[in-house]
Design a protein around this ligand. Structure first.
Ligand code: TMP
Length: 225
């Protein structure tokens, strides 16, 4: 199977549809007899989940941007050592929700230069960089409208004490940042194909799920033919 031992990342702004496309990729790969390991960044390990909690369940206003970047990278170092590398060695296809690309965009948007984040990434993950990163491009208005709708169905009982810009929805620390921040995140994702040291494809994520899937599927076929 040509995707055996390959590392695929799906990334993009909040509400870009990553989870749906990762689910489709996993179904497609297993239908061909491949084995998948799914991972989530930040988190995905006991240590990483604790770091995720520090990063997303509190107000980040007092956290220095470099501290923020280092914590995301620390969670990722653990994820790569504990989950990604062993799975690749077993011949699994690893499907990861976000990676260093997200730090370039989100912590880039609060002033940490993406080139420095990439240098830090080399320290954190060594040579375990994705064989392909798929970036789903959506404007923040679309992404947050989707998240708001989803949360409306599932979360009125879950209260983390913070409310987002959408009625009835709860928000994590990143979602509570202003729209301008999220616009900059999107721009930095759009600039990533030229700056990232591993292959990146940018796909229009504003269309319906099937149209996006067609492009995701084609991009993977093209990268690993
Ligand atoms: P998630 O919604 O994909 O679980 O990610 C949680 C939030 O953390 C999301 O708003 C993006 C943000 N994030 C960063 O700011 N930097 C990073 O390096 C990563 C992986 C996520």
């Amino acid at each position: 199977m040509k995707l055996a031992g390959k590392f695929l990342v799906v990334d993009g702004p909040d509400g870009s549809g990553k989870e749906t496309q990762i689910k489709r990729l996993a179904e497609w790969i297993t239908a061909q007899g491949g084995q998948c390991t799914r991972a989530r960044d930040p988190g995905g390990t006991v240590i990483g989940d604790r770091i995720r909690h520090v990063l997303l369940d509190f107000d980040l206003a007092t956290m220095d941007p470099r501290c923020e970047a280092l914590l995301f990278m620390a969670s990722r170092a653990q994820l790569v050592a504990e989950v990604v590398r062993p799975a690749l060695q077993k011949g699994h296809t690893v499907l990861c929700d976000r990676f260093i690309s997200a730090t370039c965009a989100y912590q880039g948007a609060i002033g940490v230069p993406p080139a420095e984040i990439i240098a830090l990434g080399r320290l954190a993950v060594g040579d375990t960089w994705p064989h392909l990163t798929i970036l789903l491009d959506v404007p923040p208005e679309t992404g947050f409208a989707r998240i708001g709708r989803k949360r409306h169905h599932v979360s009125s009982r879950r209260n983390v004490g913070q409310r987002s810009i959408f009625e009835g929805a709860t928000a994590d620390a990143m979602e509570r940042r202003p729209l301008e921040f999220h616009r900059r995140v999107r721009e930095l994702f759009q600039e990533l194909p030229a700056a990232y040291p591993a292959p990146v494809v940018l796909i229009d994520g504003e269309r319906d799920i099937d149209a996006v899937w067609e492009d995701v599927h084609k991009a993977v076929e093209r990268a690993f033919q």
